[in-house]
Design a protein around this ligand. Structure first.
Ligand SMILES: [Fe+2]
Ligand SMILES: [Fe+2]
Length: 155
């Protein structure tokens, strides 16, 4: 047996374990916690990336490096939480694309239009404009994924 096929076998086993674990996790507090942890870690990753840029611009290279390193670790944490959370989905590209279409469509049709309206109502014209721009971009993303879904398997 070659090294490559051993590695593939290990990956398949690990995926199977995730599928089994997810079955047991469904509907539990732990799934809720994984969702919360995923969101928090993903947010921290982006926040720390921005904080690093800010620190660098303000002339604190050591602090910038610290934020960068923490940001990189939070990304690893976010990915691991996501892996536990959606082990049954990772690797199944068709399902991932369908998920993406759902999320992008909701952002395009519901979330950002409502947010733009609220910002407008509350007198935040610039933020309303920003949300409107996001309506368009997320609509574009939804379209990309719809096209990808159609061409999947044509390959
Ligand atoms: Fe973390
Ligand atoms: Fe998007």
């Amino acid at each position: 047996m070659t090294h490559l096929s051993t590695k593939k076998l290990q990956e398949a086993r690990s995926r199977l374990r995730l599928i089994e674990a997810f079955g047991k996790l469904e509907g539990t507090k732990t799934v809720e916690n994984l969702q919360e942890a995923f969101a928090d870690e993903a947010q921290d990753h982006v926040k720390y990336m921005c904080a690093a840029q800010m620190a660098s611009a303000e002339g604190y290279p050591d602090v910038a490096a610290l934020f960068e390193e923490a940001s990189a670790e939070e990304l690893v944490h976010a990915k691991k939480n996501l892996q536990y959370l959606s082990g049954i989905r990772i690797g199944l590209t068709e399902r991932n694309i369908q998920d993406a279409i759902k999320g992008e469509t909701k952002a395009n049709k519901i979330d950002y239009p409502e947010m733009a309206r609220a910002a407008e109502d509350e007198g935040f014209a610039e933020i309303a404009e920003w949300f409107e721009a996001l309506v368009k971009t997320e609509g574009k993303h939804a379209q990309w994924f719809k096209e990808a879904l159609q061409t999947l398997g044509e390959g």
